[in-house]
Design a binder for this molecule. Structure first.
Ligand SMILES: Cc1cc2nc3c(=O)[nH]c(=O)nc-3n(C[C@H](O)[C@H](O)[C@H](O)COP(=O)(O)OP(=O)(O)OC[C@H]3O[C@@H](n4cnc5c(N)ncnc54)[C@H](O)[C@@H]3O)c2cc1C
Length: 407
């Protein structure tokens, strides 16, 4: 009999398990991952962006904690995670810029290091950057809804990293240090969670085997809701988390004799973003027309028609930014407020939930894992008290914590 079953082996599960054990948890942990290796889904498919620039205090606190944790990862775990602190640079049109200027005191107050950048200085961060639109030909202006960029917001503590490495390291470290307490089983898909008298009794895995346990931690990312559906959790008691495809493109850098290998993760027109990947770039853009589903097929024309043209507007030589590689993965989107659900389910005792990160789970994993471990151990969030706001009950109570700065 296990004390807790952890469903899924991504970065959130890894961080939760590591934090539980490091905080002195004495129970036996069983991790069940349906794939034949750990952290092969959203965690390994993500862009690895890490920022503390948010509209909600809880996300600022969680990411400030997590950035610090990842910055010291190599020192503490002896493993490089490709952490590069080149910052994040958001760029704005006139219609949104005043919101940013007005919001700046809140970031200052929260200790989030941000700087407002005049348009002519953006080129110091992204070489040859053209904030205006006068250089564009009429046919481009007719087809693309672009306006001049009037300012940039630079967060110098923001970074990029390779999320797969810390995810796997959390499990390896836990296994090495606490071998008698943790068991990790691959190729084990949880088909349903067993409930009785309103509390968790265990799980059933593919093939029909029942595994009993006092508690279950649901960290199945974009598949979390599906598992609750399979477990006959009624819709009104379930979680508003849906899988939505997001695609990334590895592209050649602009051909203009500049070096883009140290540029910040930069967000330009219409949400197109890019960041360095060695000498190349990784680029993405959330497709707001994309509906829920498990399809992850990437489209070349999406990049060519809706992303590359914006790059051409801002950086000369971007017509050479052709695709080298592309892949799709899933965001676990919380459709109510675009924030994670972290806590015990209000109707099912000992069902702990840590999912719905809506595209920011990799960067929040250290804080999320710590917080859910504290909840499992003591019933409350201790280190980052704001995380309490992300409890599961808030959806039903309509105490939503709406995050507006989502990419
Ligand atoms: C294209 C893209 C770009 C992104 N960019 C960023 C970014 O820049 N920064 C950022 O912070 N986040 C980003 N994200 C989001 C980030 O990847 C996720 O928030 C994070 O990885 C969530 O981790 P997880 O452990 O919850 O999910 P996952 O890594 O998906 O792990 C869930 C695990 O559960 C397993 N599983 C599912 N169902 C079952 C079952 N029934 N039984 C057993 N195992 C099961 C899966 O196989 C998987 O291994 C991005 C995501 C995508 C797709």
């Amino acid at each position: 009999m296990h004390d807790i079953i952890v469903v899924g082996g991504g970065i959130i599960a890894g961080s939760a398990v590591y934090n539980l054990l490091e905080k002195g948890y004495k129970g036996k942990i069983l991790v069940l991952e349906r794939n034949n290796a750990l952290a092969q889904e959203s965690t390994s498919l993500c862009a690895g962006g890490m920022r503390n620039i948010w509209s909600t205090e809880v996300n600022m606190k969680m990411t400030c904690y997590s950035i610090d944790h990842f910055k010291n990862f190599k020192k503490n775990f002896g493993v490089s995670i490709g952490f590069e602190q080149n910052g994040y640079l958001f760029t704005y049109y006139e219609n949104n810029w005043h919101n940013i200027v007005d919001f700046k005191p809140k970031w200052d107050q929260a200790g989030v290091n941000v700087e407002l950048i005049p348009p002519e200085n953006i080129k110091h961060f992204v070489p040859d950057f053209k904030p205006g639109i006068k250089h564009l030909k009429d046919e481009i202006l007719k087809t693309l809804p672009v306006s001049p960029i009037v300012g940039g917001l630079f967060g110098k503590d923001c970074a990029i990293f390779n999320a797969t490495t810390p995810a796997q390291t959390y499990f390896i470290f836990s296994k090495e240090r606490y071998s008698s307490q943790i068991d990790i089983k691959l190729n084990k898909e949880v088909e349903k969670i067993i409930f009785g008298n309103g509390e968790v009794k265990g799980v059933v895995v593919r093939g029909g085997e029942e595994i009993l346990s006092d508690k279950v931690l649901l960290t199945a990312g974009a598949w979390s809701r599906q598992l609750l559906d399979n477990s006959n959790v009624p819709e009104d008691l379930s979680i508003p988390v849906v899988p939505i495809k997001r695609v990334l493109y590895v592209i050649f850098p602009p051909k203009n004799n500049n070096d883009y290998s140290k540029v910040p993760l930069t967000i330009i027109d219409d949400g197109v973003y890019f960041r360095p990947e060695g000498d190349n770039l990784v680029a993405g853009r959330a497709d707001n027309k994309q509906g829920p589903g498990f399809d992850t097929k990437p489209s070349k024309s999406y990049y060519e028609n809706l992303m590359n043209l914006y790059l051409q507007v801002r950086i000369p030589g971007s017509e050479y930014c052709r695709i080298q590689n592309m892949w799709g993965g899933l965001y676990a989107i919380n459709t109510e407020d675009h924030n994670a659900l972290i806590g015990e389910h209000p109707d099912f005792k000992n069902l702990f939930i840590c999912t719905g990160f809506s595209g920011h789970g990799a960067m929040e994993a250290p804080a999320a894992g710590l917080s859910i471990a504290e909840i499992i151990e003591s019933g409350e969030v201790r280190t980052i008290p704001e995380v309490k706001q992300l409890n599961v009950q808030r959806i039903r109570n309509k105490e939503l914590i709406k995050e507006t700065i989502v990419i």
